[in-house]
Design a protein around this ligand. Structure first.
Ligand SMILES: Nc1ncnc2c1ncn2[C@@H]1O[C@H](COP(=O)(O)OP(=O)(O)O)[C@@H](O)[C@H]1O
Ligand SMILES: [Mg+2]
Length: 341
């Protein structure tokens, strides 16, 4: 019998488009929906698209009435209610419908970068030293410069520009004020690690496939701090966009590859990820791999970093989607070649 799958995702709403560049993000999600849909059709599945919108009660009703074998979860939380990214898979687990990707607990945890860092640190996984700071607590600052000031609970490089990297107290105060005014969740100040930057996608439930690392190669004019700013991700034509290019597979010797893969799997296991997740890291000048953040249910649209990594491993897009589906259904998939247990 053909596998019946519902793809769930955010119903595009006008409020999304009001926010700067949020329209592009929404377009990205819709592109992922269409691409996953095509992939699942080619895998001979029966597919329906189920956009979700508030109120949550109505969304729950839609989910409860599904008659499917699997939900393919591309839902990212209702606009303005980031925690609902986790509430939906939590509900699916409650009503007993299998779904792709990570469980609710890690999706909820990853909304707070500081909480993730506390857990990594306790487990001995290197992550940059950090403090949560507000204008009221600035006097407790105890890190060395340079630091990066970023929102604690955002993604997609929101709030990040060249000014985010600070070298003195005046700039630190300016950025902490800016972030605390602009974003719920306040500011996370971290030691800035200026070394090479990598993204690594891990696939698996109990056996893990680590895809080849991708490196963000920086070619910026002197004096511009090397970080993936908002412009680098979203504003073609800017120096940051042009000067930040992914190279996959990253040029690494086998020892570096091994350490990066082991770090990625350690994070994935420690935080109880399932299915797929991407780990962002930077290598410090002395070669230490520092975990910057975890992205459970990372972007899997055809132009995403994770798909680039899958292709570098020799998978087609369809095979990648098949692997994610198989992991959710508990089926063995052919792609277990680069396994770390
Ligand atoms: N501690 C850090 N040291 C060096 N670069 C960092 C650090 N934290 C963040 N960055 C840079 O900022 C970018 C975005 O930060 P990240 O925490 O991954 O947020 P987002 O969820 O917006 O992707 C990273 O890709 C990296 O270039
Ligand atoms: Mg990131």
């Amino acid at each position: 019998m053909r596998t019946r799958i519902a793809i769930i995702y955010n119903e595009p709403s006008p409020s999304h488009y009001d926010i700067l560049h949020e329209g592009e993000a929404v377009a990205g999600v819709l592109q992922a929906v269409e691409s996953v849909h095509q992939a699942l059709l080619s895998l001979d599945c029966q597919v329906i698209q189920v956009p979700l919108d508030l109120p949550f009660g109505r969304a729950k009703g839609k989910l409860r009435s599904l008659d499917v074998d699997l939900v393919f979860n591309l839902f990212e939380g209702f606009s303005g209610y980031p925690e609902t990214e986790a509430s939906v898979p939590e509900f699916l687990a409650k009503i007993g419908i299998p779904f792709t990707g990570c469980p609710a607990a890690v999706l909820r945890l990853a909304l707070d970068k500081a909480k993730v860092k506390v857990i990594l640190k306790a487990a001995g996984i290197p992550t940059p030293a950090f403090q949560k700071l507000s204008p009221e607590t600035l006097h407790t600052f105890r890190l060395g410069y340079p630091c990066i000031v970023k929102p604690r609970c955002e993604d997609a490089s929101h709030g990040l520009s060249a000014e985010s990297v600070v070298n003195d107290f005046v700039s630190l105060e300016r950025q902490v004020r800016f972030i605390c005014d602009a974003y719920q969740g306040g500011a996370l100040v971290e030691q800035f690690i200026s070394g090479r930057e990598f993204n690594v996608t891990v696939l698996g439930n109990s056996e893990y496939t680590v895809l080849p690392a991708s490196e963000i190669v920086y070619s910026l004019p002197p004096g511009m701090p090397e970080l993936l700013t908002f412009a680098a991700k979203w504003e073609p034509g800017t120096l940051y966009y042009q000067g930040t290019n992914p190279v996959c597979p990253a040029r690494l010797n086998s020892e570096e590859q091994q350490r990066i893969a082991e770090t990625a799997v350690a994070v994935f296991k420690l935080l109880n990820c399932q299915g797929y997740a991407r780990v962002d890291m930077r290598m410090s000048q002395d070669g230490e791999i520092n975990v910057i953040e975890l992205n459970p249910n990372a972007d899997i649209s055809p132009t995403s970093g994770s798909v680039r990594q899958a292709e570098a491993a020799g998978m087609t897009y369809y095979q990648f989607i098949e692997k994610i589906m198989g992991l959710a259904l508990g089926k063995k998939q052919p792609w277990t070649s680069i396994s770390v247990s």
